[in-house]
Design a protein around this ligand. Structure first.
Ligand code: 13P
Length: 249
């Protein structure tokens, strides 16, 4: 069985003081038992990666970024490359989060290009997919996620362990409306099936669930087949709730 991955996406939150306080709490509260059961990662804003690095290493927490450029270097004002993130101590990078797809117009092709740059620089891309509420209501959830997977999976992923998939139904993100266990189980089984067509070893691809995951619902979600961890937004901004989710792994 895969070791679960519990990853916190801090989004555009906190300041230096808040980062220091949260990292202090994580160092103090993360137990060896939790670390044995789950890999823990945090994805701070790019500017705070260096600020978090030393304490993350101390606590055996991996660092991830929230996005990377789809180019190696050059005249791309405001962008951060996968190589720079690797330099900054990252092991993971989230690509194709629905907030970037929506607010920054990121296409599946762009997400794929970013994931390929991540792999080229020895980062593990956490590739996000997920349908909107209108798409689910229209019975298109699997078609949408299937298309996103087909068009966003990197060509240079040689084995399943090179990537992580995060299923994040858009309507469950930041809303408190967690997807039902039945819906999560069905979609994760569907994603696994799609991955089986691409990889010889699909069982090595971790498929995370994200969207209003909290201490109260984490145990049930993390026990479902093909749910190999969580991508946690709001609840990752407090050590107590983040580690309480991790302890359910
Ligand atoms: P919430 O946990 O705040 O719903 O956010 C989920 C998410 O978007 C993680 O990437």
């Amino acid at each position: 069985m895969l070791k679960k991955l519990i990853a916190g996406n801090w989004k555009m939150n906190l300041d230096y003081q808040g980062v220091d306080a949260l990292m202090d709490d994580l160092v103090e509260q993360l137990s060896p038992e939790t670390l044995e059961r789950a890999d823990i990662a945090i994805c701070p804003p790019a500017l705070y990666l260096s600020r978090a690095l030393e304490r993350a290493q101390q606590a055996e927490i991996s660092l991830g970024a929230q996005d990377c450029a789809d180019q190696d270097n050059g005249a791309y004002t405001g962008q951060v490359s996968a190589a720079m993130l690797a330099d900054a101590g990252c092991s993971y990078v989230i690509v194709g989060h629905s907030e970037r797809r929506e607010y920054n117009g990121e296409s599946n092709a762009a997400v794929k290009a970013k994931a390929q740059k991540a792999i080229a620089h020895v980062l593990t891309p956490i590739i996000c997919v997920g349908e909107s509420d209108a798409q689910r209501a229209a019975g298109q959830a699997e078609a949408v996620v299937g298309q996103q997977l087909k068009e966003s999976l990197p060509d240079n992923a040689e084995q399943g362990s090179d990537i992580v998939i995060a299923y994040e139904p858009v309507w469950a993100i930041g809303t408190g409306n967690v997807a039902s266990e039945d819906d999560v189980q069905a979609m994760h089984a569907f994603i696994y099936k799609q991955l089986s067509e691409r990889f010889d070893d699909p069982e090595n691809v971790r498929i995370l669930y994200g969207g209003s995951m909290k201490p109260e619902n984490a145990a049930g979600l993390l026990a479902l087949p093909h749910v190999d961890g969580g991508l946690i937004g709001g609840a990752s901004l407090k050590a107590e709730s983040f580690l309480s989710i991790a302890s359910c792994a």
